[in-house]
Design a protein around this ligand. Structure first.
Ligand SMILES: Nc1nc2c(c(=O)[nH]1)N=C([C@H](O)[C@H](O)COP(=O)(O)OP(=O)(O)OP(=O)(O)O)CN2
Ligand SMILES: [Zn+2]
Length: 148
């Protein structure tokens, strides 16, 4: 009976670890596939030609086996370095639409920002570890992307 409380689960335990990173950037929601009037209609105030800013908060979650020797899914210090390379250097204090080539013809919605971060984080992390990118665009607007 006592075994069912965790002592006999075998060697493999799976854990999820998350690191949170904030960054500031400005953008404008504007689709090259829509007319100016359609853009105004779809994006409203967020289509303002002079843009607007956000203090984004990104949660990067990795999932994997808890190494029985190190006790870690991965070293959070290594995850911190990946976040610096993938999020902070290219995005912090940037104009997403003008400074980040990816958004030259991709609308800088938070959904697309999550895809951008996912695609680059996947390349920076060991294989199969990335589980979720969660972005708080504002206190009220949250986007989740899991690579689907
Ligand atoms: N599906 C999406 N919809 C919207 C996005 C987005 O990225 N994906 N983005 C925006 C605007 O860029 C902007 O972020 C909206 O800001 P705002 O309306 O000010 O944010 P809040 O809703 O949190 O503010 P309120 O205080 O409630 O007005 C719009 N849509
Ligand atoms: Zn916005």
């Amino acid at each position: 009976m006592a075994e069912s409380f965790g002592s006999n689960k075998g060697a493999e335990r799976v854990g999820y670890i998350t690191r949170v990173q904030s960054f500031s950037a400005c953008h404008r929601l504007h689709s090259l596939k829509l007319s100016d009037d359609e853009n105004k209609e779809v994006y409203g105030k967020c289509n303002n030609p002079y843009g607007h800013g956000h203090n984004y908060k990104v949660e990067v979650t990795v999932r994997g086996k808890i190494d029985p020797v190190t006790g870690m899914v991965m070293n959070l210090t290594d995850l911190k370095k990946c976040i610096e390379d993938v999020i902070m250097i290219p995005l912090d204090h940037k104009n997403l639409d003008k400074d980040v080539p990816y958004f030259a013809n991709v609308v800088s919605t938070t959904e697309n920002l999550a895809v951008y971060i996912w695609d680059n984080m996947v390349k920076a992390l060991p294989a199969s570890l990335l589980y979720e990118i969660r972005i708080h665009e504002t206190d009220k607007n949250i986007v989740i992307y899991r690579g689907e």
